[in-house]
Design a protein around this ligand. Structure first.
Ligand code: CA
Length: 230
């Protein structure tokens, strides 16, 4: 399982956070390159191969969103945002920026490196950051808010539908409970981690009715949930 060491570009102006991240990445066998500004980061991307970018939203020269937009014009490199405010999460979750994932501060180095690995696994070999196709067995009619599993239309509540739609939009992506709440609940502040767990449980029960042995929602201990991507 030993792969060539991949370069991860870390764009973060706070030295203490950058050091924590680069140390964790190094320990995991990556080659971290640290830049403090968007301009320096873009210069690196133009001159050397980078496997993934960890990009802080709050940078001194321009916002991480603008940096991401610039990157996207020239490169297909996957991006994980670091965010400090929940208002930023809304924009990322909308995925208008084509972000592959995000981590909210404060975060553990272990969570970040796990997400780096998950994004690299998901994006390698399919031409960068394109979302994988809907996996076999599923159909999703977004206009009518209908999801079917193995031919069976699922009878979902509003939150169950939004939660499953989020998982289905990027199969293989590991969502934390916070991310699922931000995506699926109109008032995420009112929900709790165990609310997500409870909804996952009811969704799983409904999926079992459609296909008893499929078990398509995976639990990732300490991280969250994903949809089986094959
Ligand atoms: Ca910052």
């Amino acid at each position: 399982m030993s792969a060539p060491r991949q370069t991860i570009l870390v764009v973060e102006d706070e030295a203490s956070i950058a050091e924590t991240i680069t140390y964790a990445l190094q320990t995991e066998g990556f080659i971290p390159v640290w830049k403090r500004t968007g301009r320096d980061a873009l210069a690196i991307l133009d001159t050397q191969p980078v496997a993934l970018v960890v990009l802080d939203v709050g940078l001194p020269d321009q916002s991480g969103f603008d940096v991401c937009r610039e990157m996207r014009k020239r490169h297909e490199v996957p991006v994980i945002f670091l965010t400090a405010r929940s208002g930023e999460v809304d924009r990322i979750v909308g995925l208008e920026l084509g972000a592959d994932d995000y981590v909210a501060k404060p975060f553990s180095p272990r969570e970040l490196t796990a997400r780096v690995r998950a994004v690299l696994r998901r994006t390698s070999g399919n031409g960068g950051t394109k979302s994988p196709a809907t996996p076999a067995g599923w159909t999703h009619d977004e206009g009518r808010c209908r999801i079917t599993f193995h031919g069976q239309p699922l009878d979902l509540t509003r939150n169950e539908y939004r939660l499953l739609a989020a998982l289905l939009a990027t199969p293989g992506r590991v969502f934390s409970r916070e991310q699922l709440m931000a995506t699926a609940w109109e008032d995420p502040g009112a929900a709790l981690d165990r609310t997500v767990d409870a909804h996952i449980k009811t969704v799983r029960a409904k999926l079992r009715l459609a296909a008893p042995d499929a078990d398509p929602i995976l639990t990732h201990r300490g991280l969250g949930y994903s949809l089986r991507d094959s």
